[in-house]
Design a protein around this ligand. Structure first.
Ligand SMILES: [Zn+2]
Length: 290
């Protein structure tokens, strides 16, 4: 089974819902960034949420960026997703390591601590849309829930889970987003709130072998669920030597000269996927001329 996102509606379209299986893409991110278990969980949750939020974008070329700046040891995370299930991300401190919480779970909230979540939507307009909120728990699902409620005024329930295996690899990753439309009846709202209090965690549901479709059907069992759409999702970085060269060209001529005068080839790594690009002194001189 590979990764995918499902979209659904329920209760006469007064609820819209998303669920994702993201095990492979989170494992890909873990390998690219060589993340510690806490960093894997934090980045994996943000990637899973980001991929689902990307699938909400309407325009073909729209891009969504989730950025967290925080005071905890992980220092920050960035995830970028498009509308077609492509997602990439990075973490400032991939080696963060803290003792587990009292319940034995990875202390993601402790690794993030206080901070700000920014949601940037680039929809091809002059200015991107930027929404911001304070981190609530640093556990990411609660922070996204708070973002939806305060910045977009959409009452939502977000669940995200990453299960890290003993060898550090990703065993399961996934999540869901349930959103209420403005015309949702009070009866539906109350029933759903009650239901959400009693569901298993995402990692537990995945351990039980539930697919994204089954996760939505389990959460929304009191309502008629209709799966409307399925799309593949993957960790994908669109970096290239050309793009990196353009980034180098933005360095001041003075700094470029100093690199060129060192007389050695340089290696530049893509922050999102860690791919390394080498530039010879000759190539650097060409970039400087341009
Ligand atoms: Zn890259």
């Amino acid at each position: 089974m590979s990764d995918y996102i499902v979209r659904a509606t329920a209760a006469d379209a007064s609820i819209r819902a998303f669920a994702i299986r993201s095990t492979d893409l989170v494992e890909e991110a873990r390998k690219d960034h060589n993340t510690s278990p806490i960093a894997t969980a934090a980045l994996g949750r943000l990637l899973s949420g980001g991929a689902m939020m990307g699938s909400m974008l309407k325009g073909e070329k729209d891009l969504l960026t989730l950025q967290i700046q925080c005071s905890g040891e992980i220092r920050g995370l960035t995830v970028t997703a498009d509308s077609k299930g492509n997602v990439k991300g990075c973490v400032l401190n991939p080696n963060v390591d803290l003792p587990p919480r009292e319940d034995g779970k990875l202390n993601v909230g402790g690794a993030l601590d206080l901070g700000v979540l920014s949601v940037i939507k680039d929809m091809g307009l002059k200015e991107p849309y930027v929404g911001q909120c304070q981190l609530q728990t640093g556990e990411i699902a609660e922070d996204l829930t708070y973002y939806f409620a305060t910045s977009e005024q959409v009452p939502s329930a977000v669940g995200l889970g990453v299960l890290v295996d003993k060898d550090g690899s990703v065993k399961d990753a996934g999540g869901f987003i349930i959103q209420l439309m403005p015309f949702t009846s009070d009866e539906v709202v109350e029933k759903l709130e009650e239901r959400i209090k009693n569901i298993d965690s995402v990692t537990k549901m995945m351990e039980r072998g539930l697919s994204p479709e089954e996760i939505l059907k389990e959460i929304l069992c009191d309502f008629d669920v209709e799966i409307t759409d399925t799309m593949d999702t993957r960790f994908y970085c669109d970096c290239s030597k050309d793009k990196v060269a353009k980034a180098i060209a933005t360095i001041s001529k003075k700094d470029l000269d100093s690199i060129i005068n060192d007389g050695e080839e340089i290696e530049v790594k893509c922050q999102f996927c860690n791919s390394a690009y080498k530039f010879s002194v000759e190539e650097l001189k060409e970039i400087r001329k341009a």
